[in-house]
Design a binder for this molecule. Structure first.
Ligand code: UDP
Length: 239
């Protein structure tokens, strides 16, 4: 598949057209940002880790009946995906209180939640991705009732699958962010990435953070943490 013109450059990825109008190439970068772009840096080797990890998890989810945009891994940092229109929502699933939830509700970081919590943010950098609920989403036409029900169902199923998978790697899946898209044929699929950039991952034994919080909070050991997650995943993932 020939990579053609660049369509888009985001904070962590570039997107290219291909000869196939229904397929795009995603190219993962080592660039990292946090706090809505305020903090910038690079994490050496991140692009390849996030690409390979996302693809391994997308394949796992596909096998468990979750439709995704994944088509084919093209290189360590590049993947062919279905062209989709992104639903403009960040879908956040939480198992343990951390980050913005801890701040908002005054919960100690690490407090287990009695059941998974689902949150939506409207994807808009200029507005800082504001928190929204169902009625905002329906009133603004960002999704409809049937699609939103499917998004909820997929997000909770993804949580159950990934939580168990990470557990077998000695990792606690604290929370994560998903994005969904609509294909040309109107089918809802899981899109974007699933990586230490978009998940909070804690070592089950030590509680050590193995994710982007090390970058956000200037904790050091960022590259080593990403490599450790990838090492455990490579040892665990089916070929
Ligand atoms: N997250 C993300 N992109 C965002 C915001 C959040 O991938 O723009 C992920 C984040 O890595 C974490 C989860 O979503 O795993 C919940 O993040 P939270 O709302 O606590 O925000 P944060 O504390 O990261 O600002």
């Amino acid at each position: 598949m020939e990579k053609r013109n660049q369509l888009y450059e985001g904070k962590a990825k570039k997107v290219f057209a291909t000869d196939d109008p229904e397929a795009l190439v995603v190219s993962y970068k080592d660039d990292a940002t946090a706090f809505n772009g305020l903090k910038k840096g690079t994490i050496a080797g991140k692009g390849a880790i996030n690409n390979r990890m996302t693809n391994a998890l997308m394949r796992l989810l596909e096998r468990d009946g979750i439709p995704t945009h994944f088509l084919e891994e093209l290189s360590p940092t590049e993947t062919l995906v279905k062209r989709v229109t992104i639903v403009p929502l960040e879908v956040i699933v939480r198992n343990i209180a951390a980050g913005s939830l801890s701040k908002r509700l005054g919960l100690e970081e690490g407090k287990p939640l009695a059941r998974p919590v689902l949150e939506f943010c409207y994807k808009d950098d200029a507005l800082g991705d504001p928190f929204v609920n169902d009625s905002h989403i329906l009133a603004m036409g960002w999704s409809d009732e049937a699609e939103l029900a499917a998004i909820r169902d997929f997000a909770l199923r993804v949580n159950a699958i990934l939580r168990e998978f990470f557990r077998t790697m000695g990792i606690v899946l604290v929370d994560f962010k998903l994005e969904f898209g609509r294909t040309g044929g109107g089918k809802l699929v899981l899109a974007d990435e699933i990586s230490p950039d978009t998940c909070r991952l804690w070592d089950a034994e030590t509680g050590e953070k193995l994710d982007k919080d090390r970058f956000r909070r200037d904790m050091g050991g960022v590259e080593a943490a990403y490599r450790e997650v990838m090492r455990r995943l490579a040892a665990r993932a089916a070929p």
